[in-house]
Design a protein around this ligand. Structure first.
Ligand code: HEC
Length: 201
């Protein structure tokens, strides 16, 4: 073979092996993942997101939550993700089958959130925390998302959704703070982040 043919052959092999390793092998290993069925309850793991949780996922993306929060628990001895209580096992490709795109994140200014729904199931806690993180987590560096809430006059009975604001957050009589549909959807999404089911490998 002449030199040009060798160069062509070398370039071809380089690109073909990269394509095999990066595109074809992962596709073969991961493309047919399907939800697991729990033997006792019959529930699907992971369950599909509800419509409200999917809208909340958009709010999560739009507000840049992933710039401070990851959604991936690492295993192995070289990190402390499991000791920090971010999950009972390392994350698995199955955990993300309903996510497009996946919101793995790279920054961990705040805790990992892939299991926040299991760790913190209270909607009220999430609303107070989003309204002002200082209420539930004094000293937090997380920004308040008060713009996802509406302060308004109480008309008739107070709303059952009104936040129980006390102390320096207490409102003048006759006023209440209620979550907007965006805040409710975001909290539905956070509560659905629960990948604590066991994986049959
Ligand atoms: C500037 C970085 C930053 C951004 C942006 C941010 N957070 Fe946080 N978040 C933190 C930090 C720091 C903590 C830990 C202290 C605390 O609980 O407030 C935290 C804690 C949390 C927790 C509690 C986690 C736990 O394990 O108790 C939740 C839930 C949460 N954030 C949700 C969100 C959501 C939803 C958004 C987007 C609307 C968001 N965060 C945006 C920094 C951030």
């Amino acid at each position: 073979m002449n030199t040009a043919a060798w160069i062509f052959f070398g370039v071809f092999v380089t690109f073909a092996s990269a394509w095999l390793g990066i595109v074809i092998l992962p596709q073969a290993q991961l493309s047919d993942l399907t939800p697991q069925q729990d033997e006792i309850s019959g529930a699907l793991n992971p369950p599909p997101y509800s419509g409200e949780a999917l809208r909340g996922r958009e709010v999560y993306i739009a507000n840049g939550c992933m710039y401070c929060h990851s959604q991936q628990v690492r295993g192995g001895d070289w990190n402390a993700d499991l000791e920090r209580g971010w999950g009972g096992r390392r994350s698995h490709p199955l955990d993300y089958i309903h996510d497009a795109p996946q919101l793995l994140g790279t920054m961990r200014t705040g805790p990992d959130l892939i299991n926040i729904g299991a760790r913190q199931p209270s909607a009220e806690w999430h609303h107070l925390h989003l309204y002002d993180p200082q209420i539930t987590s004094p000293g937090s560096t997380m920004a308040p998302y008060a713009f996802l809430y509406e302060e308004r006059d109480i008309e008739g009975e107070p709303s059952p959704d009104a936040l129980p604001l006390k102390g320096r957050w207490a409102l003048p009589p006759g006023r209440e703070v209620v979550p907007t549909p965006e805040a409710k959807a975001l909290v539905a999404y956070l509560k659905s982040l629960d990948r604590s089911f066991e994986i049959e490998e």
